[in-house]
Design a protein around this ligand. Structure first.
Ligand code: ADP
Length: 594
């Protein structure tokens, strides 16, 4: 736009210059023509006077001694010869001293009859002061007008040529100046569009302009260097920012103030199950989850309806479900340093585990209450029966009753212990460890569950590959861990089944492996992965036995957290299971309770 204005001014100046020069040249030409015309007229006038005077003198001379009748003839002959020789003389008239015409001759060859100049001179004899008559010469002035028009035409031609040359020079000059300006303008345009480093050619330009061009090229080079440095810095900043965003553990989706997605990090792509290309530059409201719902739409509308100062302090939080995942989404506004609103950020947090835990916790509470109520109800009814009607039963029946009461108390005790152990083991207090004999511990545990195995007609065998030395461990907690494995094996074993406890010592690895193998219902691979999780229970048609889901987690905590060992499970549905743990016999000093 500025260019247009400057060009217009330039054009105006050129036009103004040309007009001014035209007016000046015309004025000078008119002035010159006028002056020449004036001088010509004056000269012509003088010529007329000289002519009439000469004619007067000649006429007096040639007629002075002639008789009266010859005078007219002589004057006629003389004037005719003059008239013939000058086309410009229209007539010659002789008068006597009374003013009467002696002779009047007209020029037949005159270019025009129009008389512009009349010059009269007295006819006076030499030495006499009294005139004897007068002679009048009439001149057309056609020579003057011819000379004038020729002069005018010549001058006009000369001035027109001069004007044309002048105009040509101005235009050429203007073109040459504007050519350089155009080159510079082109260069500036390139710079303004970001083409830093663009250079303009300095050849064929004037020295002053060359200096200007050199300065321009210098500026362009500097801008280029600055841009490169700047780009490097910006790229570095951007890369830093991107890597932070990309490696952040939560999903991040950034939208501009038109709801267009401008950034999606890797985790968000995984959580929303879309690729970056599918989401970038689309409206986030149009995202459809795996159930076919536009899960962000309503919440984004709510976000937009809420004033920014409120939403800034209290971002909108809601859960969405994508596939089996529960994703907590938080929408918060995005501002520049100057507090200008530029869009919003959606942070996505995978809450699947937490949601599962919550579900499990709820299941645990109901299971625990159920599990506690069952033995208590059984105990109450048995004790009540014995207390009120004990005398009516024989010794064997009473013994059987007390046996059941004992079993229920063991179950109750185990459950209460599990819950107590759970809170104890979860705390970071270190368990006291002493050198103990693991073989002895295994035998003790087998004895403890003897009543239960007999009840279910199960056979327990202990298989020992090699005898391990005594090593440091907390006897009670390892005993409870093994009892847990055993009671599970008993719970899930079929009648008349066999349970095998194996002990394996690897002196080269300094490890002791204890495993319990049953012939029970087994566990699918999917459940095996989660079976050691807190509160996790397999609940299906096969696993109908109630429990708290704490037992295996307690084993894991005891072995891994407090004894730096490992737990494992090998199982196949319908084929039985092997649950085991590996304990280090030599504990490195740096291993501490974390
Ligand atoms: P619970 O006290 O509820 O039995 P556990 O943590 O001891 O809790 O066990 C978790 C789940 O593992 C149980 O719900 C059960 O389905 C499964 N489980 C444990 N041991 C066995 C086993 N030996 N055979 C089959 N399933 C088992």
């Amino acid at each position: 736009m500025d260019n247009k204005v400057s060009l217009t001014v330039q054009n105006r100046l050129i036009i103004f210059g040309l007009l001014l020069s035209t007016v000046l040249i015309i004025a000078i030409a008119i002035f010159a023509i006028f002056n020449i015309q004036k001088k010509l007229n004056e000269g012509y006038q003088n010529f007329g006077q000289v002519l009439s005077k000469t004619l007067a003198i000649e006429s007096v001379e040639i007629t002075k001694n002639l008789p009266e009748n010859k005078i007219k003839e002589t004057l006629k002959t003389h004037s005719d010869s003059i008239l013939k020789s000058h086309n410009d003389i229209v007539f010659i008239e002789f008068r006597d001293k009374n003013g009467d015409i002696i002779y009047s001759g007209k020029n037949e060859l005159a270019a025009t009859n129009k008389t512009n100049i009349r010059v009269t001179s007295p006819l006076t004899a030499i030495g006499d002061t009294n005139p004897i008559g007068s002679v009048t010469v009439g001149m057309s002035g056609s020579i003057i007008s011819q000379i004038s028009s020729t002069t005018r035409a010549s001058l006009l031609f000369v001035f027109s040529v001069a004007w044309l040359v002048f105009a040509f020079v101005i235009l050429i000059n203007t073109y040459l100046i504007t050519r350089e300006l155009r080159i510079l303008q082109n260069g500036v345009k390139k710079i303004s569009t970001g083409e830093f480093g663009y250079k303009i050619q300095t050849k064929d330009v004037s020295s002053e302009i060359e200096e200007l061009f050199n300065a321009f090229n210098d500026m362009s080079t500097r801008l280029h260097i600055y841009e490169e440095q700047n780009i490097d810095r910006i790229m570095l900043e951007r890369n830093k920012f991107e890597s932070v965003l990309m490696s952040i553990a939560n999903g991040v989706v950034v939208c501009d103030d038109n709801d267009n997605v401008v950034l999606v990090n890797n985790h968000a792509q995984t959580l929303l199950e879309v690729s970056e290309n599918q989401l970038l530059n689309t409206k986030i409201q149009e995202y459809i989850d795996t159930s076919g719902n536009e899960c962000f739409k309503d919440k984004i509308e709510q976000f937009k309806d809420t004033p920014l100062e409120i939403i800034e302090k209290k971002p909108i939080e809601f859960n969405i479900n994508v596939d089996t995942r529960v994703i907590k989404s938080i929408i918060s506004p995005m501002f520049t340093r100057n507090k200008d609103y530029v869009g919003y950020i959606i942070v996505l947090i995978d809450m699947t585990k937490e949601a599962e835990m919550e579900q499990m916790r709820a299941g645990f509470i109901s299971n625990v209450s159920h599990e506690l109520r069952t033995p208590v109800t059984v105990l109450r009814s048995y004790i009540d029966t014995l207390y009120n009607y004990g005398n009516e039963f024989d010794y064997e029946t009473q013994k059987e009753f007390i046996g059941t009461i004992n079993q229920e108390i063991i179950r109750l005790n185990r459950m209460v212990n599990d819950i107590l152990d759970f809170s104890r083991l979860e705390a970071n207090t270190e368990l006291e460890k002493e050198p103990n004999n693991i073989e002895h511990l295994i035998e003790e545990c087998a004895k403890q569950v003897d009543v239960l195995t007999k009840e279910h007609n199960l056979k327990i065998t202990i298989e020992k590959q090699s005898t391990p030395p005594e090593f440091l461990f907390n006897y009670d907690s390892i005993e409870r861990a093994l009892t847990n494995y055993l009671s599970n094996a008993i719970k899930y074993s079929p009648e008349n089944g066999e349970i095998k406890i194996s002990l394996n010592y690897s002196p080269d690895k300094n490890e002791v492996e204890v495993a319990v193998t049953d012939q029970g219902c087994g566990i699918s691979l999917e459940h095996q992965k989660k079976i050691f999780d807190r509160f996790y229970r397999v609940e299906n048609n096969t696993h109908t036995i109630k429990g708290t889901g704490l037992g295996l987690n307690l084993v894991k905590t005891t072995i891994e957290k407090h004894h730096y060992g490992r737990v494992f499970v090998h199982s196949e549905p319908g084929q039985g299971s092997t649950f085991g743990f590996i304990l280090p016999t030599v504990v490195k000093e740096e291993c501490e309770v974390s």
